[in-house]
Ligand binder design. Structure first.
Ligand SMILES: *Cc1c(COP(=O)(O)O)cnc(C)c1O
Length: 459
């Protein structure tokens, strides 16, 4: 039988192991060693009949699990678009786990519901979005896009005299969905989950940076939803959201902004010009586990039309306090029961303050520019305008790019991924971690350039 006798030693042991992991992450090889990955085979066993002591479970987890993790929290992980969790957010996450609150309804969990409400109003203010917008704390940008687009679906069909929540999509009026040719693949999934069909969408042509080319924007009429993007996952480029809103508004179309990481530019004085027209849109999605550097999983949807989001997401039942005078978090999210992930968002914002958030964003962008300057100085081609935190570099043809990127990953000084940008293979560098310094960029540049030169000599 589980009991609380060893609670103190168990949780302290977990904390100590977590501290050791984080301290080692500053120097650790970024990709796990092949032997460590091979050792995860020890996890694979038939479900045991007899239990194992809690201390032993934790020991196995740390001794086999920790070495086989990718050092994503370290300062030289530049793969995908991944943050590194601020220390205070790991701490808040642990404490929140100890609370184990179900943040579905305010009256059941007043502390966490209040913290989420506060974090929501701080973000609306910081991003310059309408202050009375609704927000939903969800698992990530995929579900944030889904949630915001469910509100869009409600409003657009409602305007056309159709109750989509009650009557579904079969027999519903026609609807046009316009996305960018460079839309993130998860947006197509969200559209599929909403019954719009991944392929039944118009794709707006883009320019060489992946921005919607407004001169070639598709014609549209009738009920319409338009998905724009702030922060292309390869180049970091922003769609002309203001110009798209100007086309959309007179026709009553809904404009959504996928700002999974790009929305954070609005927090920076240097970058806020990229987001100056965003308040004209109807909904916005972002991640907190990317650029705010909170632990997984954490994303937020913001929706101007609170009633549309509530109609899409709320439920009523006799045993639930759904007519509360308070903001019930579950009125806005796909989930009823969920963890209080907004508490980590609050902790990050409270710890950094407005200036600290801006500084974190600006530092990442400065380090991205440092990468670009260093790589160009060494004679390599940077394929994108480095407007944000993303850098695409090519070392030559497809085969040499792939060889060099594999060798960089194996070397372990840093970790960058491979991508194909408008037909050209490239290495993709994303600077999102709060702890990355200029010295980390220099170390990574040194390793990258050394490996690329060796590769050129060999071939
Ligand atoms: C990362 C990303 C997503 C998906 O976000 P998840 O948090 O992985 O669900 C969607 N859109 C853009 C632009 C992204 O960068």
């Amino acid at each position: 039988m589980p009991d609380n006798r060893n609670l103190r030693s168990l949780l302290k042991d977990a904390a100590e192991r977590g501290v050791q992991y984080r301290e080692a992450s500053l120097e650790r090889h970024v990709a796990p060693r092949p032997e460590a990955v091979a050792a995860t085979a020890e996890f694979v066993e038939p479900m045991p009949d007899a239990g194992t002591s809690d201390a032993e479970v934790l020991r196995i987890l740390d001794e086999i699990g920790s070495p086989a993790t990718v050092n994503m929290v370290g300062p030289r992980y530049f793969g995908f678009v991944i943050g590194g969790s601020l220390p205070v957010t790991v701490a808040s996450n642990w404490l929140t786990a100890a609370w184990d609150q179900n943040v579905g309804m305010h009256e059941v969990t007043p502390a966490t519901a209040t913290l989420e409400r506060v974090a929501m109003s701080w973000m609306l203010d910081m991003f310059g979005l309408p202050g009375d917008s609704a927000a939903a704390f969800v698992t990530g940008a995929t579900v944030a896009n889904f949630t915001a687009l469910a509100a869009a679906r409600n409003r657009v069909f409602n305007d056309a005299g159709w109750n989509v929540e009650a009557d579904g999509l079969i027999g519903a009026p026609a609807l046009t969905v316009i996305v960018s040719a460079e839309t993130h693949p998860t947006v197509f999934k969200s559209l599929g989950m909403l019954g719009f069909g991944r392929n039944r969408v118009l794709r707006a042509p883009v320019d060489g940076q992946g921005r919607i080319d407004i001169a070639r924007f598709p014609e549209f009429d009738g009920p319409t939803i338009i998905c724009t993007q702030a922060g292309n996952v390869n180049t970091g480029a922003f769609d002309p959201v203001g110009e798209i809103c100007a086309l959309a508004k007179p026709k009553g179309a809904w404009v959504h902004v996928d700002g999974a990481f790009g929305l954070w530019a609005a927090a920076s004085r240097e970058l806020e010009h990229l987001c100056s027209d965003f308040a004209a849109a109807d909904s916005w999605a972002t991640d907190a586990h990317k650029w705010l550097n909170v632990p997984y999983d954490s994303g937020i949807a913001f929706v101007r039309d609170t009633a549309a989001l509530k109609s899409a997401m709320s439920i009523t039942a006799e045993y639930l306090m759904t007519d509360s005078e308070f903001r019930n978090p579950s009125d806005f999210t796909p989930e009823l029961s969920r963890r209080a992930r907004g508490v980590d968002v609050w902790a990050a914002l409270k710890s950094l303050g407005r200036d600290g958030v801006a500084n974190m964003i600006d530092t990442c962008c400065a380090n991205a520019r440092r990468f670009a300057t260093g790589l160009e100085g060494a004679g390599y081609e940077v394929l994108n305008d480095v407007v944000l935190n993303q850098v695409l570099v090519s070392f030559g043809d497809d085969a040499s790019n792939r060889q060099i990127i594999d060798a960089i990953q194996a070397d372990g000084t840093c970790w960058c991924g491979v991508t194909v940008w408008q037909g050209k293979t490239a290495m993709r560098i994303s600077v999102c971690n709060w702890s990355t310094t200029a010295a980390d960029v220099d170390l990574s540049l040194e390793a990258t350039i050394r490996i690329a030169r060796q590769n050129a000599l060999r071939s």
